[in-house]
Design a protein around this ligand. Structure first.
Ligand code: ADP
Ligand code: MG
Length: 231
């Protein structure tokens, strides 16, 4: 069964305070990492067991770092400038960036662009971040030799829809409502922050995200933006 969701409200859970905390956590982490590396280097002749402990400590610090960076993306830059940008070319930049990872997994990435130009009032880096997070999820969801289809469609009422479809494992119906919840992840190395960041950014741009999924068939994520009228 297919389920359609539309969501944008969950985001207020994480406020600006969380972001300030994230900033503060960064510095001591960097220093911890440095000292562990120093110890590792000083004790280079130590037993294998110790080496293993250092590796674990560094891996765990990297993990905290990843969570902190995803949190920081939630912060609104002080003076955010929305400019008319061609979202399709932002999308192409991201595809070029991530296609290499897809190729390494033998994933077939196909494109179907109804239009190559669609001006949207936006903050380019934030929009790219949204495309990156969603494309990455698709790459992580499909098996080797999987397929990802990226489509650009103009919709009525001055809207554009950019969708990422994959033939991955899908999302169970009862869990689809939890997407975008902070720290909800089914991945061993996941943070469960990627979609939350996407919802927040797209909401701030006056757009929305729809996710459709069918178990063992795949998932489609639609990102819908209002197009600038003065295009
Ligand atoms: P993370 O990728 O770190 O787990 P996200 O917020 O990006 O965090 O995604 C949350 C969860 O949503 C994932 O752990 C996964 O279970 C599910 N998910 C997101 N995109 C897809 C997809 N394309 N196919 C299957 N599951 C997905
Ligand atoms: Mg993710």
């Amino acid at each position: 069964k297919e389920e359609l969701i539309r969501k944008s409200e969950k985001l207020s859970v994480v406020g600006e305070l969380a972001c300030a905390v994230a900033h503060e956590v960064r510095n001591p982490l960097t220093s911890l990492k440095g000292f562990i590396q120093l110890l590792q280097y000083k004790n280079i002749n130590n037993e294998d067991q110790d080496k293993h402990y250092y590796d674990i400590m560094l891996t765990e610090i990297e993990r905290i770092n990843l969570i902190v960076s995803e949190f920081m993306m939630l912060s609104r830059p002080q003076a955010i400038t929305y400019q008319n940008k061609n979202v399709v070319s932002l999308l192409v930049d991201v595809i070029t960036l991530l296609e290499t990872i897809a190729i390494m997994k033998n994933i077939e990435v196909t494109r179907e662009f109804e239009s190559n130009i669609s001006l949207v009032k936006c903050e380019g880096n934030q929009i790219k971040q949204v495309f990156i997070n969603i494309f990455k999820n698709a790459i992580e969801a499909v098996p080797n030799n999987g397929k990802i289809h990226i489509k650009v469609e103009k919709w009525k009422n001055n809207r554009i829809c950019i969708s990422f479809s994959d033939n991955g494992n899908g999302i169970p119906n009862d869990l689809i409502g939890r997407l975008g919840e902070p720290f909800y992840t089914t991945k061993e190395k996941g943070t469960g922050l990627g979609l939350m960041v996407c919802y927040k950014i797209i909401e701030e741009h006056g757009g929305r995200i729809n996710i459709k999924s069918e178990m063992n068939q795949g998932t489609t994520v639609d990102i819908i933006f209002p197009i600038s009228i003065d295009e």
